[in-house]
Design a protein around this ligand. Structure first.
Ligand SMILES: NC(=O)CC[C@H](N)C(=O)O
Length: 197
């Protein structure tokens, strides 16, 4: 018997509850992760949207930065949306001073690239690997991917900018599928976690 995959949501800051709901709808057992011991228990992890500068600070404070780096480097499936995408970038073009990332995707990202809070928008985005038509992309002070290394698969673009990528075990989107009630991206990630076990 195979149990359902256990997927954590990094719960230091950001829209944790929405991801937990989407993961449950996608068929995963989902729970919040704040401590290294909780991280050790999960098969995969979502890093939510929020504010990457704050999340980075809290990850240090909670002793999570190194454990996160280790597990991502060891192949744990991980999905980051918006601020989570920034956390998975090997490099930020315009980091706040002292801002660090977990890394895992060979890309350079630009924070707040699509504009400020009041320039947030929604757009239909065709995502490679997501069947059944475009997803409704919710972009809130969203980053874009400025450049990618050779091992990075580009899954989606919007307005000529890369907004979804995958490299090995790491998936990331500039937008927030957890806010739409469409669980196809979470299902894609849940399948990645299932395949990795
Ligand atoms: N909605 C979001 O996650 C915004 C991300 C935010 N601009 C950051 O730099 O972290």
């Amino acid at each position: 018997m195979t149990r359902e995959p256990v997927i954590g949501v990094l719960a230091l800051q950001g829209d944790v509850r929405e991801h937990l709901t989407a993961l449950a709808a996608a068929g995963a057992a989902a729970g919040p992760v704040r401590r290294p011991a909780e991280l050790a228990e999960v098969d995969g992890l979502v890093i939510p949207g929020g504010e990457s500068t704050t999340m980075s600070k809290l990850a240090h404070l909670f002793g999570m930065m190194e454990p996160l780096r280790e597990r991502v480097a060891a192949g744990m499936p991980v999905y980051g949306s918006c601020a989570g995408l920034i956390m998975l970038a090997d490099k930020i073009l315009d980091p706040r001073s002292g801002q660090e990332t977990v890394g895992g995707i060979d890309m350079i990202v630009r924070r707040n690239a699509f504009g400020r809070q009041n320039e947030s928008f929604e757009a239909a985005v065709e995502v490679t690997g997501v069947e059944g038509g475009p997803v409704e992309g919710v972009f809130i002070r969203a980053p874009w991917v400025e450049s990618t290394g050779a091992g990075v698969e580009i899954l989606a673009e919007h307005g000529g900018h890369v907004v979804a990528v995958r490299q090995r075990n790491a998936l990331a989107t500039s937008f927030h599928p957890e806010l739409t009630g469409d669980h196809r991206v979470h299902r894609l990630f849940t399948d990645m976690v299932r395949d990795a076990r």
